[in-house]
Design a protein around this ligand. Structure first.
Ligand SMILES: Cc1cc2nc3c(=O)[nH]c(=O)nc-3n(C[C@H](O)[C@H](O)[C@H](O)COP(=O)(O)OP(=O)(O)OC[C@H]3O[C@@H](n4cnc5c(N)ncnc54)[C@H](O)[C@@H]3O)c2cc1C
Length: 492
């Protein structure tokens, strides 16, 4: 694609991000793939999200139970549930996985952050599976998700970490060590018995599969925090309620109850006790940048609607003719571009680790084995065995540099709290200036404001993200330490 033949979205991207334009000169086909992906999100917005977003938000405000499966189906046809599925198994995540993910979520959320979050919830649920501990699921669940996209039967996922008495506390090692944990995954013969509650789980009711973090010993949460794959339909899993949300309503937040839920050993992702390192810190070092993108997308949306409003005549005069409006527009654009710069920096830095993993020869080598071999009983038994868990854990330690990952986590936290705070600021500034006007643009900005507020809470509250950034960059006391599988003996 020459620059001239790019779509409007592509040209705008290269205009807004000179660094991306420069990178395209060096790595044309990969960057064109990123642009094509964002184009696809823009097409989804135009054709499916924009026409329904305002009504959907109002409808779910009245009827919290409603979920728009048609929209999920259309998202599937656009392959939006494959954004973080590795290319080696047929997904869209390649060399620029984080950059593309950030730009995709920004584009989606520039229209509707509720619909964007419905898609992001599945991406987050998938994330623990794309760590080497989840290799066994690449040929099964990840393929099922892609098959569901094609056939119009969306297979959704969710990621459950928050508990009624521990939200912030489960996202930082020192806090988790002292947290009051409600849920336990008790070791029993052949597997684990799950008991307890998870709350505010995005997409938790609609998900077919859940990735769940739980302690195997409640009084030693940090040392025993572990990751599990749980089928939503498994006996003992129920959804007592979904929340009445102020924003992002197209994606439900559900409470999940686990009552004597038996899961086999094979459903443990990685090794027992890996949860904080691989389940929280590694995943958040990727996903917080994407949530920054949710924020910059909402800010872009609010800015766009405010600009359109300012250009319309009110009582014979256009607000854009006034200097106070012109200055406000400049301030808003400055906020949007600052957010985007931080998110892009995180994406590009993060791709040195995450994107590199997607195209690593070792990973590619494993998936060049014939599929029949990868699905064979001995191969799968090996991946689920304690030797297999040690092998994949070691693989992670060989492929990922802890210092680099720690730096990426601090960039992710910075991008997340900055972009989401700015989203709230841009939407609220626009609302103040629009006053009581009843134009459709004001309705969008009012929704942007409600949607933005929630981004300050999830993926670690902005207070926690400030602390994480401080502890890494300024105090130097927080470091991501990957599991050391050889030091531990697994249980088979
Ligand atoms: C829309 C939405 C979607 C969500 N989706 C998911 C999901 O998919 N999966 C999931 O597992 N969870 C999800 N969550 C939960 C979210 O991650 C938690 O709400 C968040 O971590 C905060 O936890 P909490 O609500 O228990 O608040 P608390 O941890 O009780 O915090 C309350 C306030 O105290 C502050 N605070 C707490 N401890 C400290 C401290 N030590 N120092 C400084 N300040 C502190 C917090 O920053 C916050 O302002 C979602 C939440 C929302 C709102």
């Amino acid at each position: 694609m020459s620059r001239e033949r790019l779509s409007d979205t592509g040209r705008q991207l290269l205009h807004d991000f000179p660094a991306l334009a420069k990178l395209r000169k060096l790595d044309r086909s990969n960057i064109d793939n990123v642009i094509a992906l964002v184009d696809n999100c823009a097409a989804f917005n135009r054709e499916h999200a924009e026409p329904v977003a305002l009504e959907l938000d109002e409808r779910i405000g009245r009827d919290t139970d409603y979920f728009d499966w048609d929209l999920a189906r259309e998202a599937g046809y656009h392959r939006l549930f494959s954004l973080v599925i590795p290319e080696v198994v047929g997904g869209l995540a390649g060399k620029y996985m984080l950059t593309a993910g950030y730009l995709a979520f920004e584009e989606l959320c520039s229209c509707c952050a509720g619909i964007g979050n419905m898609i992001a919830a599945t991406a987050l649920g998938i994330s623990p599976m794309i760590t080497p501990g989840g290799l066994a699921y690449w040929d099964t669940i990840l393929r099922e998700i892609m098959e569901g996209e094609k056939t119009g039967k969306p297979v959704l996922m969710a990621y459950a970490i928050t508990e009624p008495s521990a939200g912030t506390d489960v996202e930082e090692p020192d806090f988790l060590a002292r947290a009051r944990i409600n849920m336990e995954a008790k070791k029993v013969k052949g597997g684990y018995l799950l008991n307890g509650r998870k709350v505010f789980i995005s997409g938790g009711r609609e998900a077919k599969y859940l990735t769940v973090c739980a302690a195997t010993e409640r009084d030693r949460p940090l040392d025993t925090w572990s990751l599990f794959m749980v089928e939503r339909e498994r006996e003992g899993v129920s959804v007592p309620r979904v929340e009445r949300k102020m924003g992002q309503r197209a994606c439900h937040a559900a409470e999940l109850l686990f009552e004597d839920v038996f899961i086999p050993d094979a459903n443990l992702l990685g090794q027992e006790g890996d949860g904080m390192a691989t389940g929280i810190l590694s995943i958040m070092s990727a996903s917080r940048g994407a949530v920054g993108g949710v924020g910059s997308g909402i800010a872009r949306g609010a800015f766009r609607h405010f600009l359109a409003w300012a250009r319309e005549a009110k009582n014979g005069r256009k607000p854009i003719g006034e200097q106070r409006i012109q200055m406000a527009l400049a301030d808003m654009q400055s906020a949007v571009q600052q957010s985007r710069g931080l998110c892009l920096s995180h994406g590009l830095a993060g791709d040195e680790v995450f994107g590199a993993l997607m195209i690593n020869p070792l990973v590619k080598g494993l998936f060049s084995l014939p599929r029949a071999v990868r699905l064979s009983r001995p191969y799968r038994s090996f991946l689920h065995s304690s030797a297999g868990r040690v092998f994949t854990g070691q693989m992670l330690r060989v492929l990922v540099d802890e210092d680099e990952l720690t730096h990426i986590l601090s960039l992710a936290s910075l991008a997340k709290f900055s972009a989401t705070d700015k989203a709230v600021w841009v939407a609220s500034r626009a609302l103040e200036l629009m006053g009581t006007d009843d134009s459709v643009h004001r309705r969008w900005v009012e929704k942007n404001f409600r949607d933005a507020k929630l981004t300050q809470i999830y993926e670690g509250t902005n207070q926690l993200n400030r602390l994480t950034h401080y502890l890494i960059e300024l105090a130097g006391t927080l470091k991501v330490e990957l599991p050391r599988p050889l030091e531990r003996v697994g249980r088979d």
